[in-house]
Design a binder for this molecule. Structure first.
Ligand code: APR
Length: 309
């Protein structure tokens, strides 16, 4: 099994490390435009193998030749946000980068499943699908796994319950119209509304939506990458192992939730061919409405995202 990660920045290199250490791939290749960066990081990670006890090969290069025949390609190339920026502020510069990366990967790995993480996420996922021309189920965006993890974190902090005992999900866009779903949150065995009052729940929902911005504000020179890379690596694993696990991801929606023809955050079953099916959860009326609003919010930008190329 061969995985490629494009972009050897914080997000990309941490994703490579997580995949390599998990041990399900034979080889992970990492490509970046900066000369020496992917090579140096790959060498450093290779030298951790005797200590960590894994045998995955890690190859860094500025040349896509090393990526040939990859089963899964993760696109992390692009600029991260600076404090005060919205993810949408990145669209012009990152569209050019993601468009170029997609073309290069299509030349070497046309049979791969593509996982996009560059921002603005919903638009970059749609762009990758357009440029590649691949069937929509082979292109997946990573956002819901991360937003869900943040939602669980804030619920855990507010309730004192272990994050491993919090059940939760976020849907919608990876931006202003993110839809954390309080009606489906369980803390231990209890519904969230039995544990926290509405004011506390609203606060957690807002903190989840602002989760990325909070970290950008603290870091000042980059954006989050530990939780994001965990999310991306979990998705790669589900695809490679054909697990059928249901995860919140950015997927092409074709009528589910009364929404059609747009890339949007929904729960989906992941397998060897990418998206194996979208799962329709029972949402409260206001949550369903928020999901439909999110779809309309991202639809227009997605439709003409190739105008930025
Ligand atoms: N091809 C390959 N790599 C590229 C290209 C390109 N055309 N353009 C830029 N890169 C590389 C940069 O050289 C850099 O090493 O992408 C990397 C980005 O790394 P960071 O600046 O550390 O950003 P990171 O935190 O990894 O975030 C990457 O993920 O979460 C999103 O918003 C974030 O869009 C950003 C992306």
């Amino acid at each position: 099994m061969k995985i490629t990660v494009v972009g050897a920045g914080f997000y990309g290199s941490t994703t490579v490390q997580r995949i390599a250490e998990a041990g399900y791939a034979d080889e992970v290749t990492m490509v970046d435009i900066i000369e020496g960066k992917p090579q140096g990081l790959a060498l450093d990670m290779m030298q951790s193998r005797p200590i960590e006890g894994f045998t995955t090969r890690i190859v860094g290069s500025n040349d896509y030749a090393v990526t040939a025949g990859s089963d899964v390609c993760v696109i992390t190339a692009g600029l991260p946000r600076k404090p005060g920026m919205s993810r949408m502020d990145l669209i012009e510069v990152n569209a050019k980068i993601v468009g170029d990366v997609t073309r290069q990967l299509m030349a070497t790995s046309p049979d791969a499943v593509f996982i996009v993480v560059s921002n603005p996420l919903d638009e970059m996922t749609a762009l990758c699908a357009k440029v590649s021309g691949l069937p929509k189920e082979r292109i997946i965006g990573q956002a819901g796994m991360l937003d869900t993890a943040r939602f669980k974190h804030f619920v855990s902090e507010a309730t004192g319950v272990s994050p491993l005992e919090v059940e939760a999900i976020t849907l919608g866009s990876h931006g202003e119209t993110m839809v954390p779903v309080p009606s489906l949150v369980k803390v231990g065995d209890k519904p969230l509304r039995d544990v926290l009052d509405q004011g506390q729940i609203d606060e957690i929902v807002q903190k989840t939506r602002d989760g990325g911005a909070e970290i950008v504000g603290l870091l000042k020179t980059g954006s989050a990458y530990y939780a994001p890379s965990s999310a991306a690596a979990k998705m790669v694993e589900a695809v490679v192992q054909d697990s059928g696990d249901v995860m919140p991801v950015c997927a092409w929606v074709e009528g589910q939730y009364g929404i059609k023809d747009v890339y949007l955050g929904v729960p989906a079953r992941l397998g060897r061919g990418g998206i194996a099916g979208i799962v329709e959860l029972p949402l409260a009326d206001d949550e369903l409405e928020a999901l439909r609003t999110a779809a309309e919010a991202v639809r227009t930008k997605q439709a003409d995202v190739d105008s930025f190329l």
